[in-house]
Design a binder for this molecule. Structure first.
Ligand code: HEM
Length: 338
């Protein structure tokens, strides 16, 4: 789909270089730091405003959450956000969302197993069309950024890429990884990897809070007691052990990416008694870890509980142990269907 370009589904030296570039640039733009926090808080403000506009009436949260998370990536990648009613933005998010659903469909899973036999399937054609239209949109946005580029100011990841590209071209680097196709696919990959994952996790959070109002009440109680009415920030997290544990458990229960992306063994390995030859494609099953029987059995959780009762530096130990009991009992061990 990416013809080996970009980060997701890429390989070898090109993957290594672009992954390194993306990670360090995302860090420079404050991923996990205060700069990104500002962007997130700004977007939070737009999102809560949008929620309030519904005046307590029911509405579908999928689109607004997708728009908000997509905008955070946009401001890091392009250097600016979009208005929620911008038709091009709406279409880009809708298409990305649809593509993610298609990738998880049975038809595409079948295609991945037998690509030569079922290349004609409808979902694959739709996916290819979506990729083509996304490339067209990204090209147009990159064109605007190119026209207004100032080599001494990086407004976002795209600017950093363009500046690096020019630098390598000027110094005569042949076969540079900083080419047009890698730029386009790195951008589309970051949106695909960062938007739906975060938005879906947030929706699971809303669903679980609605299903377990007593957990929601305790989260609210902790937030009100520790933070009061001001805006929560990353620094508050260490003082919010209950809320933090609930977030982790939401992620575990949601298991939004049951399978990791395909990897290839770089040498022969023996894993848990199984021999895996060099060059074998491996698909790690993340759900098997998140839904591990040992983790689910409250009597036999050696890691989280022992840590919680031994490490008293950050938490009040008995409180955290109780908290784990509560969450395990109420959220995970409860067999009631959602
Ligand atoms: C709740 C949010 C997220 C979850 C659960 C999640 C989960 C994952 C998982 C399971 C993988 C596959 C790892 C592997 O197979 O090696 C992955 C890869 C990736 N994610 Fe995320 N992710 C999230 C958010 C994000 C965000 C916000 C971004 C970017 C802004 C992002 C960018 C990427 C990229 C670029 C890769 C490919 C890395 C590589 O090729 O090594 N993700 N993510």
């Amino acid at each position: 789909m990416n013809e080996g370009h970009g980060i997701l589904f890429a390989n070898g030296e090109s993957w290594k270089e672009l992954r390194r570039f993306a990670l360090s640039t995302l860090r420079d733009f404050g991923m996990g730091k205060r700069i990104a926090e500002q962007k997130i808080l700004e977007e939070c403000h737009h999102l809560t405003q949008m929620f309030e506009d519904h005046k307590g009436k029911p509405f579908d949260t999928a689109r607004p959450l997708n728009h908000a998370t997509s905008n955070i990536i946009s401001s890091i990648v392009y250097g600016s956000r979009f208005e929620y009613n911008d038709p091009r933005f709406k279409e880009m998010v809708r298409r990305a969302n649809q593509s993610i659903c298609i990738v998880g469909s049975a038809q595409i899973q079948l295609y991945n197993m037998f690509p030569r036999l079922v290349s004609w399937i409808k979902n694959r054609q739709l996916l290819l069309q979506n990729v083509e239209m996304s490339i067209r949109d990204v090209k147009a946005l990159v064109k605007n950024l190119k026209e207004t580029l100032n080599p001494s100011v990086c407004r976002g990841l795209v600017d950093c890429f363009l500046i690096r590209k020019k630098k390598e071209e000027d110094s005569g680097v042949k076969d540079t990884h900083y080419n047009e196709k890698n730029l386009i696919f790195t951008v589309t990959n970051l949106f695909a990897a960062g938007t739906d994952t975060t938005a879906t996790t947030l929706r699971w959070g809303l669903l679980l809070m609605a299903k377990y109002p007593h957990v929601q009440d305790q989260v609210q109680e902790e937030l009100s007691r520790v933070i009061g009415s001001r805006q929560a920030g990353v620094d508050d997290r260490k003082n919010l052990p209950y809320t933090d544990a609930v977030i982790h458990e939401i992620q575990r229960l949601a298991s939004i990416l049951p399978m990791a992306i395909p990897h290839k063994t770089s040498r022969d390995v023996t894993f848990q008694g199984y021999f895996i030859k060099e060059g074998t494609t491996v698909l790690p099953l993340l759900t098997s870890v998140l839904y591990d029987e040992i983790m689910l059995n409250p009597g036999s959780i050696p890691t989280i509980r022992d840590q919680a009762s031994e490490d008293t530096s950050n938490f009040e130990a008995p409180y955290v142990a109780n908290l784990m009991d509560l969450i395990f009992d109420q959220v995970f061990v409860d067999p009631a269907p959602l």
